[in-house]
Design a protein around this ligand. Structure first.
Ligand code: NAD
Length: 454
């Protein structure tokens, strides 16, 4: 499914008509083609500055050079007046109080106009709770407000702004999120704050391309939509993917699996024995599993007063209870290998709540709480567990929304358009990769900085 306004806005003859009637003219987003590259920013220029007090500056500068980018230190005054850059990166780790925030103004005031279409802003600062003083914690948290706001100023041109909070001592884990946020793999991830911590014990340097070679992944609801896109993306990184979907959809499931060289597992996740059946299947065929993506989900929208009990029960069971039941077996019996990754599909509806979605909103919020609580139990196994919260994504699920509400859902975001299943698949793939070792217990949105729940 595609967004008609994105297509029209990029047709010169229609663009001026769209503008003249006051409709947004969304920028076609530059999306990555294929898997991760060793040098994803080759041929691109990044302006980088570390504030005088920054503690991660040297590490970040080296990591930027490793991306293949041409890295220019400073405010870009050396660039020609019409010179444009792909990325603006500022390191404000180590700030001690509100006065230090001036570094944000000083750097971006002079450089933000130099950002090219579909450019990237990334800011790094300290995890507020790990700072030494109240003033430092305040300043670190202030950076998030800055990033979310500047994201809204650059979104029209398809550009994004994201923040990386860095825990002291976790600097060597910045590479994964930094590369992801700066690359075309994060086209629809905007206005987010990822925390990089030392919570999960795992050694070894992150593989950068073919990141999941030799790994086995399970994707529930993998026949179509976001699940199928995720399966394809994980396979492109070298994983063997087991796609699970309801038996009634076996034909679509088989077609998806055939297209990626994976394995089909027709099963309803609400089957009380689903955990046992999945565990036995994975153990017998592959000896275990490295990546589990809980993607299967449904909506049955009605205001609470009009909602049939059966639809309350159904949504709660599919979207939440089944996931916990299945994980109890997969994690409890250590079917998920050490160093594994678990990703649950939440929703911005779970963050903000949505009219007519008391059932759905409860399940998607529940998953945010679940990954946070479960992350602490899994840290010693080297397993990261996170949630992904999509905004408006063009799938069968959103095609069913009435037109006016659908339009609002699409446009009310900084990028003025709905996302594609591949955009969610990209974030899931990043969180499934070795490079995401510093990220656990978190919920990251992939919503083009949608106003809902922002
Ligand atoms: P979709 O309807 O296109 O696909 C969902 C898949 O899950 C289907 O193939 C379906 O058969 C499968 N499924 C449903 N119940 C199942 C069960 N009991 N057992 C096994 N498989 C089952 O949906 P989508 O839009 O691709 O959404 C995928 C996930 O992303 C869902 O969890 C959804 O809540 C979440 N999400 C989607 C959006 C969006 O805009 N599309 C936004 C926020 C969150």
């Amino acid at each position: 499914m595609s967004d008609y306004l994105v297509r029209a806005a990029n047709t010169p003859a229609l663009r001026s008509i769209i503008k003249s009637i006051g409709l947004p003219t969304p920028q076609t987003l530059a999306r990555a083609e294929g898997g991760y590259a060793e040098k994803p920013l080759k041929g691109k220029t990044v302006l980088f500055s570390a504030a005088g007090y920054a503690t991660a500056g040297k590490t970040v500068e080296k990591l930027l050079a490793d991306t293949g980018a041409e890295v220019i230190n400073g405010d870009g005054s050396a660039l020609a007046d019409d010179g444009r850059v792909h990325g603006l990166v500022l390191d404000v780790t180590g700030l001690s109080g509100p006065d230090d925030l001036k570094a944000l103004y000083n750097f971006f005031h002079s450089t933000v106009r130099k950002l090219q279409t579909c450019g990237r802003i990334v800011v790094l600062t300290d995890v507020p709770e790990s700072t030494a003083s109240v003033a430092a914690a305040t300043a670190a948290r202030a950076v998030e407000g800055f990033v979310r706001s500047i994201g809204k100023e650059i979104g029209k041109k398809g550009s994004t702004a994201n923040l990386i909070y860095v825990e002291k001592g976790a600097e060597d884990r910045i590479a994964g999120p930094l590369r992801f946020f700066l690359s075309a793999h994060s086209a629809y991830v905007d206005g987010q704050a990822a925390r990089v911590t030392n919570a999960v014990q795992q050694s070894g340097s992150p593989a950068l391309s073919n990141a999941l070679k030799g790994k086995v992944a399970l994707v529930t609801g993998g026949a179509r939509g976001i699940g199928a896109a995720t399966a394809g993306r994980l396979a492109a990184e070298g994983a063997h993917v087991v796609c699970l979907d309801i038996p009634a959809d076996e034909e679509t499931l088989n077609a998806t699996v055939a297209s990626i060289g994976g394995t089909a597992l027709p099963l309803d996740i609400t089957d009380p024995e689903a955990g046992r059946k999945i565990a036995d299947f994975l153990k017998e065929k592959f000896g275990g599993v490295d990546v589990v993506v809980h993607n299967a989900g449904v909506t049955r929208d009605k205001t609470l007063a009009n909602m049939k009990e059966q639809f309350w029960d159904m949504v709660l069971n599919i979207n939440l209870a089944s996931i916990l039941r299945i994980n109890e077996v997969l994690l409890g019996e250590k079917i998920v290998n050490k160093g594994g990754r678990v990703v649950c599909l939440s929703s911005i509806g779970g963050i903000a709540g949505n009219m007519g979605q008391t059932n759905y909103g409860a399940t998607k919020a529940g998953l945010i709480g679940y990954v946070k609580a479960e992350s602490e139990n899994l840290a010693d196994e080297g397993i990261c567990i996170n949630a992904v919260a999509p905004g408006f994504i063009e799938t069968r699920m959103t095609a069913e929304i009435p037109f006016v509400i659908r339009e609002a859902g699409r446009r009310l975001c900084s990028l003025s358009q709905g996302g594609q299943p591949i955009d969610v698949a990209e974030l899931i793939t990043f969180l499934s990769s070795p490079g995401a070792v510093g990220v656990t217990g978190q919920t990251i949105r992939v919503c083009g900085q949608n106003l809902v729940g922002a």
